[in-house]
Design a binder for this molecule. Structure first.
Ligand SMILES: Cc1cc2nc3c(=O)[nH]c(=O)nc-3n(C[C@H](O)[C@H](O)[C@H](O)COP(=O)(O)OP(=O)(O)OC[C@H]3O[C@@H](n4cnc5c(N)ncnc54)[C@H](O)[C@@H]3O)c2cc1C
Length: 372
């Protein structure tokens, strides 16, 4: 008998959501997370309809809606002119909640359903599929031990060690760019996103709960490392002062896209960023992982019942959705590149067309992850 039905490597938002789904279904689950404390990094903020459905499935929808800011829609501008505006219907509703708060909700929920599920400060060093069970080698405070499970899910992020151990290829996909980002006090509170598609590159401005705002600035020359340079660039491109430069601490990140060549090898399955790295531009990565977690939970239930691992359908749907989401992110990044002359006119014409009445609804569907 294995120690657990399912062991999950990585207690990020995707591993935790899967653990909640499995625990709700009465499946014994253990999550091994190398960090000893929560992750305070500011990353995902956008929860799209597929993400809302995933939170509803674990009984967190209402609480997330209570804590989050509800987005009305957004406007795309260039040189002071509004090129396109979309408003979301209730079906398209997007919630804005910083990732550390979503994480806290998931941790609390899992503790409620299966109190002993999360094991912090545990580094997974090795995984071996032994046919009937998978054996995990763990290390905590320099001490090693082993546990077994019927199924192991690697939700250990972009730099997944399990993916490397399995020898699964990690293929680069189109879409990359450098950006600087900061969350600051909002000088002009609103519930709409503003995308400034300026000749020097995009400036994105997202409302956050509690009177804060996230600014994301395309930084093709990789030079916006301090608050003063960051604030000056926003002002130069948009005419807006985002707050006190000294209070800004920009995080610089390189957006990239990758996809694993396989999602499952025997009883070991890849999930979330371990399976697909999706550019933060478009805010899809966590939602994509949650959506796949729902399909995987159903496949795990079936596999445990039949005694035979069968993750073929999960693999096909998760990789297909990731490919679609990555094409969308690549498109968004292309629209936000620095551009001038005739190319600027052509780019703005595309944005105007997407915001025109016949296409506006489809554009909102695209942005809110319909069909993924
Ligand atoms: C700036 C930015 C903005 C973003 N905005 C959005 C957004 O608005 N919407 C959206 O949907 N997505 C967004 N994303 C993407 C989102 O943050 C990721 O897709 C999401 O965090 C992936 O979750 P995960 O659980 O798969 O991986 P991770 O969050 O990376 O979690 C993996 C976990 O595994 C643990 N781990 C790794 N190796 C081991 C090991 N050997 N043993 C034990 N534990 C291990 C790590 O410590 C970590 O906690 C954004 C990303 C960035 C960078």
């Amino acid at each position: 008998m294995p120690d657990h039905d399912v062991a999950i490597v990585g207690g990020g938002p995707v591993g935790l959501l899967l653990a909640c789904l499995l625990a709700h279904a009465g499946i014994d689950v253990a999550v091994y997370e190398k960090r000893s404390m929560g992750d305070a990094r500011s990353r995902a903020i956008g929860i799209h309809p597929p993400g809302r459905a995933a939170l509803d499935a674990v009984g967190l929808g209402e609480e997330a809606r209570r804590q989050a800011l509800e987005l009305d829609g957004g406007d795309v501008l260039c040189s002071g002119e509004v090129l396109a505006s979309v408003s979301f219907t209730s079906r398209q509703q997007v919630l804005i909640l910083p990732q550390h708060r979503t994480h806290a909700l998931l941790v609390e929920r899992l503790a409620h359903v299966q109190p002993d599920a999360v094991h912090l400060g545990q580094v997974v060093r090795d995984v071996r599929d032994e046919g009937e069970v998978v054996r995990l080698s763990l290390e905590a405070d320099g001490v090693g031990r082993e546990v077994t499970a019927s199924v192991v899910v690697a939700a250990d992020g972009v730099r997944s060690g399990v993916r490397r151990l399995l020898g699964v290829r990690w293929r680069a996909r189109r879409g990359s760019g450098s950006y600087a980002m900061a969350d600051v006090a909002d000088v002009e509170p609103s519930t709409r996103v503003r995308l400034y598609c300026e000749p020097g590159g995009i400036v994105e401005s997202f409302p956050l709960p509690d009177g804060r705002r996230r600014w994301v600035v395309a930084d093709p020359l990789d030079r916006l490392h301090d608050g003063a340079a960051f604030a000056r660039e926003i002002q130069d491109r948009t005419g807006i002062r985002p707050g006190e430069a000294t209070a800004l601490e920009p995080t610089v990140f390189r957006a990239q896209q990758h996809r694993a060549s396989r999602a499952a090898v025997g009883r070991i399955v890849l999930l979330g960023d371990a399976l697909h790295e999706t550019s933060p531009i478009g805010g899809q990565g966590m939602n994509l992982g949650w959506n796949a977690a729902r399909r995987l939970a159903a496949a795990i239930e079936r596999s445990l019942r039949s005694g035979t691992p069968d993750f073929g359908a999960y693999e096909r749907s998760a990789l297909r959705s990731a490919a679609r989401a990555q094409r969308r992110s690549h498109f968004y990044m292309t629209m936000g590149r620095p551009v001038d002359g005739l190319s600027l006119g052509a780019r703005n014409a595309v944005i105007r067309a997407l915001g025109s009445p016949p296409l506006r609804r489809s554009a909102a569907d695209l942005i809110t992850m319909r069909g993924l």
